[in-house]
Design a protein around this ligand. Structure first.
Ligand SMILES: NC(=O)C1=CN([C@@H]2O[C@H](COP(=O)(O)OP(=O)(O)OC[C@H]3O[C@@H](n4cnc5c(N)ncnc54)[C@H](OP(=O)(O)O)[C@@H]3O)[C@@H](O)[C@H]2O)C=CC1
Ligand SMILES: O=C1O[C@H](COP(=O)(O)O)[C@@H](O)[C@H](O)[C@H]1O
Length: 509
């Protein structure tokens, strides 16, 4: 990272939070906090991006000493970290335990924060407090009430941003209720609804790929594209997270938010500017053209244990027996506008699959005519993770005397092209945005409403019709029914692209 851009960005943070900040992470004993929130705060600290005079307080019901809390987190900060830097970071972090719905707990927390602010000699109007809800949605509102009542000092100019995790509600009515309740507690300008996929490098790149490459623009429509697949796979299950996951399932956990954001960026029209409002305006317009998803277009699955001892979803103590919660889903979205009419956008998400991968695969129509009839289709692949890459499956003449056509890759793998460039983690970049007061990469209320409108009917249908998910084995590619489902939509499974080894060309020539 060049020094100049680091200076500019740090300057923006310091202007916004110039008196310093106390970051309070609610749900600090949990999975998100240890895996993502604290590691992101650590990297911001390490790269000198946190405002001067920052302190971080983890808060949850579980009783933990500071030391025990640090031990929970340290393994996720990264390999081979400098012990002194880690120690300096932990000297900023404390842990407080308390309830989420009890005045006394919040009064105690307020006293703790105030003592910390006093010890930092923070001025009254610059006692900024950033609230981070690393919590299951069922307790967002209680905690927001506690913050608003006890931790926000209404008569000062201090800043009180609040970061809220997805899923925001469970349905359109619950989302609307939460929006209404939250608006009575925090202003929209202080509210940051996070969808961390919007902080991922390749997701941020979608707009650039689409709108800064003139060669793609004429092809980006139903005349040339036959299908778009957006795939999320994790090679691990929900072990220990059943308390949260079973209530939501994979569709609300990943599809209705992360994957739908990716779809919006892929399919929206060109925004009038690159600012947050212009982009979100276009996303909302697009989402309003997406037809509500039907049950017929949806396949759901749930993983069962495998021969190597990997447990099934229901073998987890935190999951109720007989649960019909989907851990895998495949569904199709249809966009009712001139650009996308007839093109299936196929979303797939699964836990406990054969590998971890998130990617977008744009499949083009078959090559017309008989001159090259039967050759593979072009595909543009955006690999979001792991190892960010963009590659285009491209037909090429086999080098040498043969005139055979080979499918190969035009390959932009980041690790090779941008060798020494550090790609920040999504949460790192998004927390920095909040510290700068930048809403661009956060979710607006009307986006949420449009998103739930697309999913609600199908989610209700699954519940009302008591649909039993198809079983699939832990570590497999998902339910066997998937192939027939994709075939019905005209998706062609292609061979992997072929990269011609250089010595073979030399030999043949
Ligand atoms: N885990 C991840 O990778 C990601 C998670 N998220 C989002 O972050 C949020 C939290 O997820 P995650 O950390 O995985 O969840 P956890 O199940 O780990 O919950 C976080 C903490 O909340 C408390 N908690 C759990 N269940 C309840 C409950 N029923 N009532 C009150 N408190 C409860 C627990 O703390 P205690 O009992 O000590 O109070 C727990 O440690 C969710 O909204 C999720 O969508 C977003 C992106 C990634
Ligand atoms: O929001 C969530 O995302 C994670 C996946 O995040 P990633 O950055 O590792 O792709 C998922 O595991 C979790 O279930 C979900 O709540």
């Amino acid at each position: 990272m060049p020094n100049s851009s680091k200076r500019i960005s740090s300057q923006a943070v310091h202007d916004h939070m110039h008196g310093g900040v106390t970051v309070i992470v609610f749900g600090a004993s949990g999975d998100l906090a240890k895996k993502k929130t604290f590691p992101a705060l650590y990297r911001l600290f390490k790269n000198a991006r946190l405002p001067v005079s920052t302190k971080i307080i983890g808060y949850a019901r579980s009783h933990l000493e500071d030391q025990a809390f640090h031990e929970k987190v340290v393994g996720y900060l990264g390999k081979d970290e400098d012990p002194k830097t880690v120690q300096d970071f932990f000297s900023l972090c404390s842990y407080v335990s308390g309830k989420y719905d009890e005045d006394d707990s919040f009064i105690n927390l307020d006293n703790f924060i105030t003592a910390s602010e006093d010890s930092r000699n923070m001025q009254d109007n610059q006692r900024n407090r950033l609230f981070y809800m690393a919590l299951p949605p069922s307790v967002f509102l209680d905690v927001a009430r506690g913050c608003s009542k006890h931790l926000v000092k209404k008569d000062t100019a201090s800043l009180y941003p609040i970061i809220i995790e997805k899923p925001f509600g469970k349905s359109l009515p619950t989302c609307n209720q939460l929006l209404k309740d939250m608006s009575g507690l925090f202003q929209e300008s202080d509210t940051y609804r996070i969808d961390h996929y919007l902080g991922k490098e390749m997701v941020k790149n979608i707009m650039t790929v689409r709108f800064a490459n003139v060669l793609l623009s004429p092809l980006w429509n139903n005349q040339h594209i036959s299908s778009v697949q957006i795939t999320f796979k994790e090679n691990f299950g929900t072990e220990g997270r059943g308390g949260y996951f079973d209530e939501f399932g994979i569709i609300r956990d990943v599809m209705q938010n992360h994957l739908l954001q990716v779809l919006s960026l892929l399919a929206m029209e060109r925004p009038i500017g690159r600012d947050g409002e212009a982009i979100r305006d276009e996303k909302v317009k697009l989402l309003r053209c997406v037809k509500p998803i039907t049950l017929e277009d949806t396949l759901v699955g749930q993983y069962v244990g495998n021969n190597s001892g990997k447990p099934g979803y229901q073998d987890d103590d935190t999951v109720p027996k007989g649960s019909r919660c989907p851990t895998f889903a495949l569904t199709t979205l249809w966009i009712d506008n001139e650009r996308w009419d007839g093109v299936p956008f196929i979303m797939k998400a699964g836990k406990a699959m054969e590998r971890s991968k998130v990617e977008v695969r744009v499949q083009f129509k078959k090559v017309p005519g008989s001159l090259f009839g039967g050759v593979s289709r072009n595909e543009l692949v955006l690999r979001i993770q792991p190892n960010e890459a963009i590659y285009l499956k491209f037909n090429n003449k086999r080098p040498g005397l043969s005139s055979e056509t080979l499918l190969t890759d035009l390959d932009l793998t980041y690790q090779e092209r941008y060798e020494n460039m550090r790609i920040p983690e999504a949460y790192e970049s998004l927390i920095l945005d909040v510290l700068k007061g930048d809403h661009s990469n956060f979710v607006r209320d009307d986006e949420l409403q449009a998103a739930w409108t697309i999913f609600d009917g199908m989610l209700n249908g699954l519940e009302e019709q008591e649909v039993v998910p198809k079983p699939y084995t832990y570590g497999s590619r998902g339910p066997a029914e998937e192939s027939a489902f994709l075939q019905r939509l005209g998706v062609v499974r292609q061979n992997p692209g072929y990269t011609w080894p250089k010595q073979d060309i030399d030999e043949e020539e």
